[in-house]
Design a binder for this molecule. Structure first.
Ligand SMILES: [Zn+2]
Length: 177
């Protein structure tokens, strides 16, 4: 089988990709922006044992105003804590579906191959003995939860219309019987 691999162009932000990272202070509950995905993943992987606090940022304390509010000015997705840090050379990506129904997680391997589930990780590791030091547990496909209230109103409206028309069809279907 000759499958073509798409190598991602990092220069363009992808539609539905996460473009901003934030952590909530365990003391004052304010949200602080986190500069990079790497820094964010580092925080996330030990979040339970080592909760985030404002004073981790240089020259910031809980008295300073929040960097951002968890409101509908943008769509928020909330990660599970303690997900493993992405192995060196790999990239973990989350893409929000265009209907905002869910996110999909995948890893980009150092060879440019995309792996979307544990089975594909197993296959990749079997084919590439140079990565055998990695374990299946180093990969995690758990996706964040979308905060419904922060989904853009037009998307919510479309969704409501869709489910309403579905109900109409069901009703028609029943009447015909
Ligand atoms: Zn704080």
């Amino acid at each position: 089988m000759n499958k073509k691999q798409k190598i991602q162009d990092d220069s363009k932000p992808r539609r539905g990709a996460i473009d901003l990272y934030a952590a909530q202070c365990g003391k004052c509950q304010k949200w602080r922006s986190i500069a990079t995905k790497e820094e964010y993943e580092e925080l996330r992987c030990k979040f339970m044992d080592d909760p985030y606090t404002c004073d981790r940022q240089p020259n910031v304390t809980c008295d300073d105003p929040a960097d951002l509010e968890c409101d509908a000015t943008r769509t928020w997705v909330i990660d599970k804590p303690n997900l493993p840090k992405t192995p060196a050379g790999f990239k973990r990506e989350l893409i929000l579906r265009s209907d905002y129904s869910k996110l999909d997680a995948h890893y980009l391997t150092p060879t440019g191959k995309k792996v979307r589930c544990q089975g594909e990780v197993v296959q990749f590791l079997e084919k590439h003995p140079e990565y055998q030091h990695l374990k299946l547990d180093d990969f995690n496909f758990t996706v964040p939860k979308i905060l419904e209230d922060t989904i853009p109103p037009e998307v919510r409206r479309k969704r409501a219309e869709k489910s309403a028309s579905k109900k109409d069809n069901d009703f028609d279907g029943k009447r015909k019987n």
